[in-house]
Design a protein around this ligand. Structure first.
Ligand code: SF4
Length: 256
């Protein structure tokens, strides 16, 4: 498993986003997330760790330095991406940091998009929703239409998590978001994991059709996962799912 040991990381070549400069709002020495996904590239959450965030000013300065350096070297960037060691919207100054980032982007790297990768657990907060409405790529995770599957795959920390309330909050974006879904199979804690069954894909597609996101991104496991008995879904299968999304009139990208 790998953690990001700095506020700014990269630029890296992202499968889904192009040349991406990463911003990590989470602790630099442990993961902090409202989910505990069995496939998380950062590993498991550490129980009992107190949340510590990089301050808004620390983030602003680090980003300004990185963008200034890249601009001086004549380098370009496709995207500034908020991801890192957990869930970026947990940061108490998330909206202010987004405002700073958009201002720095406009001044120093105007061609770069600003993307946020979020698990959508905190989109019920007004300030989080406002911030996500301002960015170019508001990428929100939903791995299943079924509560029991989300519990198994994503391990939400909130015992009251439901897909229905998440969907109600997603609706408030009026389609201005990109839906991101991980497809995978395997077993975990002796229970089967598979969000590619007919019931799963039909239920998920019904939500996609209902929510009408601007785009859907589907992908499968690419690196080491904290749960060991997990398997990739083939590119053929992902492409078949993507075709069904496109048949709804919604663009869909696939990373196998
Ligand atoms: S939502 Fe993202 S950061 Fe959080 S546990 Fe899942 S994969 Fe990891």
């Amino acid at each position: 498993m790998s953690l990001f040991h700095s506020v700014i990381f990269g630029p890296i070549q992202s499968r889904r986003l192009g040349t991406s400069l990463g911003v990590n709002l989470l602790p630099v020495d442990n993961k902090l997330c409202t989910f505990n996904c069995i496939y998380c590239e950062c590993g498991w959450n550490t129980p009992g760790v107190k949340p510590r965030f990089n301050s808004r000013e620390t983030v602003r300065q680090a980003l300004r330095e990185a963008l200034t350096r890249m601009a001086a070297e004549g380098k370009t960037l496709d995207v500034i991406t908020f991801s890192g060691n957990g869930e970026p919207t947990m940061h108490p100054d998330f909206e202010g940091i987004i405002d700073d980032t958009l201002a720095l982007r406009d001044a120093l790297m105007p061609m770069a998009k600003v993307s946020v990768l979020s698990n959508a657990t905190l989109i019920g907060r007004e300030s989080v929703r406002r911030a996500l409405m301002k960015v170019d790529n508001n990428i929100l995770k939903l791995d299943s239409a079924f509560d029991d599957t989300v519990r198994r795959i994503d391990g939400p920390a909130n015992p009251d998590y439901t897909v229905a309330s998440t969907v109600e909050n997603l609706r408030k974006f009026n389609g201005k978001f990109i839906l991101q879904t991980m497809f995978l199979r395997g077993t975990f804690n002796g229970e089967p994991i598979d969000n590619t069954t007919q019931r799963e894909v039909d239920g998920w597609l019904a939500l996609v059709d209902d929510l009408r996101p601007e785009k859907v991104m589907i992908y499968t496991i690419d690196r080491d996962t904290p749960a060991k008995d997990l398997h990739k879904v083939s590119l053929d299968e992902l492409n078949r799912i993507a075709e069904r999304v496109r048949a709804l009139g919604i663009p869909c990208s696939v990373s196998g």
